[in-house]
Design a protein around this ligand. Structure first.
Ligand SMILES: Cc1cc2nc3c(=O)[nH]c(=O)nc-3n(C[C@H](O)[C@H](O)[C@H](O)COP(=O)(O)OP(=O)(O)OC[C@H]3O[C@@H](n4cnc5c(N)ncnc54)[C@H](O)[C@@H]3O)c2cc1C
Length: 319
């Protein structure tokens, strides 16, 4: 996706490198396909991996001053990266400094935005913290799950959130209590611009020594996923469920299971997953998304809206 602006990426990269500590990473033309679960798309003009809040603030301030877009990257499990890549500074909180898991005496736990949900589940289970099991199998990190208000098995991320510490694009840090945030289905308005740094989560209850029961619940959820979701690369559910219905049911009813454009295919296991059969391009996926929407609209009169984000772009221009 092009900004249409002329940006001197080499100079910007040099100025960012000069401002960052040696622990932080900075790369030019970093391929993003391998950093996403769908495994399609081009490169980030610049990828920054700050190792501290001070370095993150430096990247944001310099990039904003240069008028260059900044986009966060979590574990890339809800993204479709355009084939042309993204004309932006992509920021990943992949450094271990962002993966904190710090239980407090009352059972609440402070977690870094870069902590994988899988690790959050495992650590919470060991600490006897009940109530995070539904996150098992969502292949994102805490930051991505907050931004998307990720949900499964009847729970939503914000069910367990008490507060979120964020950095705005000018580098200023503040803390939001949950009640101050506008959160709904797969969306958190504040995190469209602000960057989640860490969150305080509250378990449903603390069960010292309850590790085994928690593990059993996690295993049950994992089995359910294995039976109902494809194994091939995907970005999870492609479309949001329309009110009172399921996108997968509508796509199946339109006879679209197995429908294919290039290397992209509507999964035969779960119709709301578009899988990469190997060698799919972003253009294949977009063409298939268009076809699915048109057919479902024709058969059931429902217009499906993508849940997967078009990274650095706008679906409205593509559909
Ligand atoms: C096999 C599979 C199963 C899935 N199952 C589910 C499911 O059951 N339920 C569900 O809700 N989703 C599911 N998903 C989708 C996806 O895993 C979730 O949306 C997840 O929360 C995305 O997290 P991520 O770290 O990968 O974020 P990314 O996909 O990397 O990014 C998502 C958005 O979050 C933003 N973002 C990332 N980090 C931050 C940050 N620190 N601050 C602010 N914004 C940030 C990004 O800019 C982007 O806008 C599934 C995906 C796959 C591939």
């Amino acid at each position: 996706m092009s900004t249409g602006l002329h940006i001197d990426w080499e100079s910007l990269a040099a100025s960012l490198r000069a401002a960052l500590s040696v622990e932080s990473g900075l790369r030019r033309e970093e391929p993003l396909a391998t950093r996403t679960t769908l495994r399609v798309g081009g490169a980030a003009r610049i990828l920054a991996e700050p190792a501290s809040e001070a370095d993150l603030a430096s990247v944001l301030q310099r990039t904003t001053a240069a008028g260059v877009p900044v986009i966060m990257l979590g574990r890339g499990s809800n993204l479709l990266v355009p084939d042309s890549g993204v004309d932006a500074v992509v920021i990943s909180l992949g450094h271990p400094a962002w993966q904190r898991f710090v239980p407090e005496a009352d059972g609440r736990v402070r977690v870094g935005a870069g902590l994988r949900l899988k690790n959050l589940c495992g650590l919470a289970s060991k600490a006897g913290l009940v109530g995070f099991e539904f996150l098992e199998g969502i292949p994102g990190n805490v930051g991505g799950a907050l931004r998307m208000n990720a949900g499964a098995m009847g729970g939503w991320m914000f069910d367990v959130v008490e507060e979120v510490r964020v950095m705005s694009r000018d580098g200023a840090v503040r803390t939001y209590r949950k009640a101050e945030m506008k959160v709904d289905y797969r969306h958190c308005a504040e995190l469209e611009t602000a960057i989640a740094l860490e969150a305080v989560l509250r378990p449903a209850r603390v069960a010292p020594g309850g590790d085994e029961a928690i593990r059993r619940q996690i295993d049950a959820y994992r089995d359910k996923r294995h039976q109902s979701q494809p194994r091939e690369p995907s970005a999870g559910c492609m479309f949001k469920n329309p009110p009172g219905d399921s996108a997968g049911r509508l796509i199946d009813a339109a006879g679209l299971k197995g429908e294919r454009v290039g290397g992209a295919e509507v999964s035969t296991v779960h119709a709301n997953f578009i899988i990469n059969r190997g060698g799919a391009t972003s253009a294949d996926v977009i063409a298939l998304v268009r076809r699915v929407r048109e057919r479902v609209q024709g058969v059931s009169g429902v217009t499906l809206e993508p849940e997967v984000l078009l990274y650095g772009g706008d679906w409205r221009k593509e559909l």
